[in-house]
Structures are given as structure tokens and as C-alpha cells.
Design a binder for this molecule. Structure first.
Ligand SMILES: [Fe+2]
Length: 203
């Protein structure tokens, strides 16, 4: 085992802990208690994310699937922001937690007005490594996310209450609030192999 080998046990332990919480949870609209502290613990450590899930694209922010629950009750995604990259204004349709791993990001929330337009809701929230933000559709989850840095990548780890890459959701035109349906997909067909128990035992 080299020093560069990612600590995938940390990732598989997290996946197992979330799976157990979901097994005891019936409410699809709200996350089980305990999720936020598990994600906060995961992103407090930066020794487990495989290198290929950290690589920015020159033009597009990247969404590397780390794990999807077999019943699609949750998914875990590494979001990699190149310098200065940002999302459109969007919603999620499922609950979500955003844990900051490297760099920093800004999240500007929006609220819907009765006439269908959108208004910025306060100042952007800044997420630093170890911090976790929560998105709940029932409380309004429309936002736009920016890499806080224009000279370095940033990485956040997202846990969603569904297979987020397959969820039909919306981007919004800020000039009139008009929604447009989109399905994000993922940036890679490869996911980390967290199930090789021989890792770390080979000499
Ligand atoms: Fe988002």
C-alpha cells in the first residue's frame, strides 16, 4: 500500500452507515436524522477520494458518481469545479447535503414569487472544507453554485435522496423564472471499487 492509495474503507464505511439509516427510514421527502453528521465526518478527512474523481474539466463542472444505492434511495457524487465554474440556477426534487472537501464554493439561494419570477434570497452562503449545507425541496431548494476560486479547483461531496443523475428536475431562466426540465447524468461511467477487501493487505 502506497501513501497515495485512497482510504476507500472510509468511503465504504460511510456508504454502509447511510444504507443502515435508510433501511430504518420511510419518509421519502425528508432525510433520516444523522445523515448530516455522517457527511460532516466524511468531509473532515481528505484521504479517501480516488484521484479520477478529482479531475476538473476545462469547460464543464464534473459530477462523478461515487455510489448509488441499489434501490436508488440515495446517491453520492463528487462535484469538481474548475476555476471560476458555476451551475445554472436549478432545483433538485430530492433532499440533498453538500459537504465541502477542498477549496470553497458559494451557494446563492432563490425564492419563488407568486408571479413565477425568482428573487435572490439573501447573500450567498460560503462553504469551506468540513462544512455541510442542506437542501430540502419542501423548504425551497432553488440555488446557483459557484466555485469561490477563479484560480483553483474546488470539490464538494453531495449526498442526495435519490439517483440524482437520473432525476428529472429544472433549470431556471432568471429573467422570468421560467423552468426547463433537465436530467444531469454523470460525468463518468466508472465508479470507485470500494469492495476489494484485499486493498491494503497486499505486500
Ligand atoms: Fe444544487
Amino acid at each position: 500500500m502506497t501513501m497515495d492509495m485512497p482510504n476507500l474503507k472510509r468511503l465504504s464505511d460511510f456508504i454502509q452507515a447511510v444504507t443502515k439509516l435508510m433501511d430504518d427510514h420511510d419518509d421519502k421527502q425528508r432525510p433520516p436524522a444523522g445523515i448530516q453528521s455522517l457527511l460532516a465526518e466524511l468531509v473532515t478527512h481528505d484521504d479517501w477520494l480516488p484521484e479520477f474523481c478529482t479531475v476538473p474539466h476545462p469547460t464543464f463542472y464534473q459530477q462523478f458518481l461515487l455510489h448509488c444505492d441499489p434501490l436508488e434511495r440515495f446517491s453520492l457524487v463528487s462535484f469538481v469545479w474548475g476555476p471560476g465554474q458555476q451551475t445554472p440556477v436549478h432545483d433538485h426534487m430530492v433532499w440533498g447535503f453538500i459537504g465541502m472537501l477542498r477549496g470553497a464554493e458559494l451557494s446563492q439561494r432563490y425564492r419563488s414569487n407568486p408571479d413565477g419570477t425568482l428573487t435572490a434570497d439573501g447573500e450567498p452562503d460560503r462553504l469551506e472544507p468540513g462544512m455541510v449545507d442542506v437542501l430540502l425541496p419542501a423548504e425551497g431548494d432553488i440555488h446557483q453554485v459557484f466555485n469561490a476560486y477563479d484560480n483553483q479547483p474546488s470539490i464538494s461531496i453531495h449526498l442526495y435522496g435519490g439517483n440524482i443523475g437520473a432525476v428529472s428536475r429544472h433549470v431556471f431562466d432568471l429573467s422570468n423564472g421560467q423552468p426547463k426540465t433537465f436530467i444531469s447524468g454523470y460525468s463518468s461511467n466508472v465508479i470507485p471499487n470500494v469492495w476489494d477487501r484485499s486493498a491494503g493487505r497486499k505486500t
